[in-house]
Design a protein around this ligand. Sequence first.
Ligand code: 9WO
Length: 247
Amino acid sequence: MRFDVISLFPDLFRILAGQGVVGRALERGSAELHLWNPRDYTRDPHRTVDDRPYGGGPGMVMKMEPLQAAIEDAKRAAPDSEVAYVTPQGRTLVQDTLAEIAAKPGWILIAGRYEGIDERLVERYVDAEWSIGDYVVSGGELPAMVIMDAVMRLLPGTLGHKDSARQDSYVDGLLDFPHYTRPETVAGARVPQVLLSGDHQAIARWRLQQALGRTWLRRPELLERRGLSAEEKVLLNAFIQAHRDAE
Ligand code: 9WO
């Protein structure tokens, strides 16, 4: 998997690339990250990367020629990659979308600044527009990093691949169950007894029930979309009953 990122702030990506799951994916060669700075393609003494919007108004737009030259160079270096623009106007990504992204050989991600990029560049180069949620940040870099992190942790051989396999096996489409670690008692609050029982089947059932119950409480629309097996219905009904009794 190859990512080429077009950004005026390539240094922001060093933190992502230097540690954790992404750092290891890059180190192992499961993924590559290449950075292209439009400022390197300027020809004027001030190395100008912004320009005034036609039609007027406050704010600036990314200057056309340096951005286009950076896109062209990235496409030459990564001819098999598709181009994505990260923008609040894009398709909002969900977990299932990440597999589609991971299935392609690579992506050129355009991280915009200011008020965005010239629409003719979108029409000419951009294959996909992606949003990470309905809010605006000051540039596309953080959303691009969110997307690369979420995709890279799914790559075979990356840490996190194991836990995505776990998700596939029994809690896909559900919120996570609660986690506990030592000590057994914190200020009188005990770890649920079943987790200390050593009964792996009972633990798996309890975790599935917690995942179902939390999804029902917090994100009921996810359950609608996913549907429930007969066993899951029994577990959820018992959770709901216990929840009502506790109220
Ligand atoms: C800036 C702005 C200022 C005044 C009025 C409206 C405005 N919209 C924007 C704007 O959308 N700026 C973007 C900043 C330009 C493209 C890169 N930027 C960006 C991307 N902000 N937020 C994202 C983003 C990307 C993916 N998912 C969520 C947010």
